[in-house]
Each structure stands twice: as C-alpha cells, then as structure tokens.
Design a protein around this ligand. Structure first.
Ligand SMILES: [Zn+2]
Length: 105
C-alpha cells in the first residue's frame, strides 16, 4: 500500500439537539477532520434526524487548509443531502484524488 498517499479520518465529536420542528425527534450532528500526515485537509459535518419522516442526512465537506495561519479563501465547501446523492449520483472521482481514506480507531 502506498502510505505516502494515505488519509486519516478523525472523529471530532457529536452533538444532539432539537427537537425537530416537524417530527419532535432529536437531530444528531457529527463532525471530524480528514488528515494527511499531520495536516488537516478537510473538515466534515453530517447531520440527520433518526426517524424523521422524510429522512435524509446532510453532508457538509469543507476542503482547504486548516490551522492558525490558514487562509479561509483557499477553502471550498460542498454541501449535499443523502436525497441528492441518490438523485444526482455526484461524481466521486475528485475524492479519489485525495487518496485512500482510512478511518482512525
Ligand atoms: Zn423532523
């Protein structure tokens, strides 16, 4: 395996809030970072309401540099929902450029 090109996902945390206006269920949000070696390449947020009638998850992926001297202007944000994923089948080819994703334990 090419370890030079390996990415690591680190869970940042999770939060439950709500209740949802339409169904009264609690909404869950999790987030974390994608690291290449010691540098954070991207941040992700996923939000969903278990049991919500029109159940879908919102994904928020922010790619860019992170850290104290990071420039906000270099960041790109991608927001989509699982409903959109099913409909649009967005291209994941750009994700492959990021390398192999590995979930940290
Ligand atoms: Zn709801």
């Amino acid at each position: 395996m090419d370890s030079e090109n390996e990415l690591r996902i680190e869970a940042g945390g999770e939060k439950t809030f709500g209740p949802c206006n339409c169904c009264g269920k609690m909404t869950k949000r999790i987030w974390g970072f994608v690291y290449e070696h010691e540098a954070a390449l991207a941040a992700y947020f996923v939000e969903w309401t278990p049991g919500h009638p029109c159940s879908s998850a919102n994904f928020d992926l922010i790619i860019g540099t992170w850290g104290n001297d990071a420039d906000n202007a270099t960041r790109r944000q991608s927001v989509w929902s699982s409903a959109e994923l099913k409909l649009a089948q967005p291209s994941w080819s750009s994700m492959r450029l990021l390398g192999v994703l590995r979930v940290a334990h």
